[in-house]
Design a protein around this ligand. Structure first.
Ligand code: PEP
Length: 220
């Protein structure tokens, strides 16, 4: 199976940048776009691979101001949803462990693959109900190991540490797909993607530069 290359634009980007990516992006890459750009990108190129950066805990239509459901995302053509990113967990109480499970359920129920972010404290984040869910839906969940010390810092753990942690996650959680995130760029991506237990990478800052992300995608 090809390694997953997932970008996360966070709250960045413009329509001009979307157009640049629609024009020139390697078609292996999944782009985590801000919600506002998703329908536009899909209408221009139905094959463009998009991840949403979050979904609601609610699945049905209703009085949930500001929320976007997994069902809406799926209907807009998203195949992936990033869930529980540490930037959300540290900022919003709504990204509690129990709500993360609801989001996972909604993403999977609507046919998408959930990219569940965990950090050094993955044991605490993955409570027994979440683990049971992972066990039953592992083909539709990817665990993204994103050490807090590596996100946006330029500091990447050693290759042996990444290898060991992901191997451990895989064996503990039923062979689930495991990807690495944290300061990946075109210079370190090959070494990281060459690790057996690494099934892909989640890329923040470098995913906003077309040349960078295309260079990384070549190593997948
Ligand atoms: C991220 O925020 O998921 C991330 C990996 O960011 P960066 O690549 O910028 O460290």
């Amino acid at each position: 199976m090809n390694k997953l290359i997932v970008g996360n634009w966070k709250m960045n980007g413009t329509l001009e940048l979307v157009d640049e990516f629609l024009e020139g992006l390697n078609n292996n890459v999944i782009v985590g776009l801000p919600i506002i750009f998703i329908a536009y990108a899909k209408s221009k190129n139905p094959n463009f691979q998009i991840a949403a950066q979050d979904c609601s805990i609610f699945n049905d239509f209703g009085a949930h101001t500001g929320e976007v459901s997994a069902k809406m995302l799926s209907e807009s053509g998203c195949k992936y949803v990033i869930i529980g990113h540490s930037e959300r967990r540290k900022t919003f109480d709504s990204d509690s462990i129990s709500n993360i499970l609801k989001k996972l359920q909604n993403a999977v129920l609507n046919g998408m693959t959930a990219i569940l972010c965990v950090d050094e404290k993955y044991d605490e984040l993955l409570d027994s109900q979440t683990v049971e869910f992972l066990k039953n839906h592992k083909s539709q969940v990817v665990l993204a190991y994103e050490p807090l010390s590596a996100i946006g810092t330029g500091i990447v753990p050693s290759i042996s540490e990444i290898s060991d942690v992901l191997k451990n996650l895989k064996s503990k959680y039923f062979g689930i797909r495991t990807i690495y995130g944290g300061s990946v760029n075109s210079k370190n991506a090959k070494e990281i993607l060459d690790i057996d237990s690494v099934d892909g990478v989640l890329i923040g800052g470098a995913s906003l530069k077309l040349d960078e992300i295309n260079a990384i995608a070549k190593f997948a």
